[in-house]
Design a binder for this molecule. Structure first.
Ligand SMILES: NC(=O)c1ccc[n+]([C@@H]2O[C@H](COP(=O)([O-])OP(=O)(O)OC[C@H]3O[C@@H](n4cnc5c(N)ncnc54)[C@H](O)[C@@H]3O)[C@@H](O)[C@H]2O)c1
Ligand SMILES: O=C(O)[C@H]1O[C@H](OP(=O)(O)OP(=O)(O)OC[C@H]2O[C@@H](n3ccc(=O)[nH]c3=O)[C@H](O)[C@@H]2O)[C@H](O)[C@@H](O)[C@@H]1O
Length: 339
């Protein structure tokens, strides 16, 4: 019996995997690679000359712009593809990120969000099984719902509304995790599950509704920072370079997870607004606005497992990460830098 609780041997790679004349050491598929975290992950993977990277994306919330420096590169391929349809490629690793992440986008077409999480993950697991690839799912801290335990560690089963407006996303990810473990136990697939906590950084969609991108764009445009009531709800924000480092360590390590990857620094939304005001625009106003249903009241990762099993912990503090994101937003908004 393996440490992962299964006797099953991982399936062998497809013979097509070895059919090319030139062999890179590792052929890596990144679904959702045109999105925010995915494109940063691709940048990091492409730094290694032994890696060949294939991105599939339907461009719902991602854009080719995020990958423009790699288009035409001999070790890079970009495919317009929806993961709810089957995909035939020969790869060694699958980073499965495809899924809208911002609440306004995942609620826009909730049935499609569920299909992406369930059928999309099923398709990627089927691919992993056929070609003998290792697959990593980017799950979410939303699997803990509105948590009754604080901070959240991986053994907590969560407090999730199964019929609410966020359920397409959080229940969708919970089923995706279940599928990952069932493929692992039933077919011996090598799986990795990351439970990602709120991540921020350059390339977030400017108007995607997530709190850090909203506040930074609002501060630059000198519009009021929209703090949703009560403002005492908390989140823990992880800078994207730390996130990418954690995902790669998880993929290349020996543990299936689920493992929380996030920054334990916890802030209320009012504290975040004050930090953005101080760092980016001291003149900007703060405006209290209505919240949306089922908004989790508190969220902070326990990262003991990530530290012990992956030797990982975040390095970038919120006050250092916000200015890095500001610079990118100023460029895209055509607003001159303060320096
Ligand atoms: N950013 C966070 O704070 C956070 C937190 C927890 C989990 N995650 C997870 O990390 C992953 C990436 O998040 P992100 O912040 O980069 O979001 P994002 O919206 O920027 O990226 C998601 C990408 O997936 C693509 N996509 C969506 N549906 C697809 C489909 N059916 N087929 C193919 N491509 C599709 C989008 O076009 C986009 O490029 C998601 O799985 C998300 O659930 C993110
Ligand atoms: O980390 C996670 O697991 C999840 O976190 C986020 O979901 P959420 O925490 O709701 O992210 P935001 O939309 O950025 O909201 C964070 C908090 O900010 C508040 N908020 C949001 C926007 C705004 O303008 N003002 C504001 O106060 C919200 O009420 C909420 O309490 C992501 O969008 C999900 O994709 C991800 O899976």
């Amino acid at each position: 019996m393996s440490a992962n609780g299964t006797d099953k041997k991982p399936p062998s790679p497809s013979p097509l995997r070895f059919s090319k004349f030139f062999q890179s050491n590792m052929r890596i598929l990144v679904t959702g690679g045109a999105g925010f975290i995915g494109s940063h992950l691709v940048d990091k993977l492409m730094e290694n000359e032994k890696n060949e990277v294939i991105v599939v994306d339907n461009y719902f919330t991602g854009t080719k712009d995020n990958l423009k420096k790699w288009i035409g590169h001999p070790r890079f391929e970009l495919i317009r593809h929806d993961v709810t349809e089957t995909l035939l490629v020969e790869v060694d690793r699958i980073y499965h990120l495809a899924c809208p992440a911002s609440p306004i986008f995942y609620k826009y077409n909730p049935v499609k969000t569920i299909k992406t999480n369930v059928i999309g993950t099923l398709n990627m697991l089927g691919l992993a099984k056929r070609v003998g690839a290792r697959i990593l799912l980017t799950s979410t801290s939303e699997v803990y719902g509105d948590p009754l335990e604080h901070p959240q560690n991986e053994s907590y089963w969560g407090n999730v509304n199964p019929i609410g407006v966020r359920s397409c996303y959080d229940e969708g990810k919970r089923v995706a995790e279940t599928l990952m473990f069932d493929y692992h136990r039933q077919h011996g697939i090598e799986i990795r599950i990351a439970r990602i906590f709120n991540t921020y950084g350059p390339r977030m969609n400017i108007d995607d509704g997530r709190v850090v991108s909203n506040f930074i764009a609002q501060a630059i445009r000198n519009e009021p920072l929209t703090v949703q009531l009560p403002g005492t709800q908390t989140r823990s924000f992880c800078y994207v370079s730390d996130m990418v480092d954690g995902l790669i360590r998880l993929m290349e390590g020996e543990n299936t997870g689920p493992i929380n990857i996030g920054n334990p620094g916890e802030f209320t939304m009012l504290e975040l607004a004050e930090a953005v005001k101080e760092l980016i625009n001291p003149e900007v106003k703060i405006s209290m606005v209505e919240n949306t249903p089922d908004d989790p009241r508190q969220r902070k990762p326990d990262i003991t497992k990530a530290k012990e099993l992956l030797g990982w912990e975040p390095k970038v503090k919120l006050r250092d990460g916000l200015p890095l994101m500001e610079e990118d937003f100023r460029q895209r908004l055509g607003s001159p830098s303060k320096n």
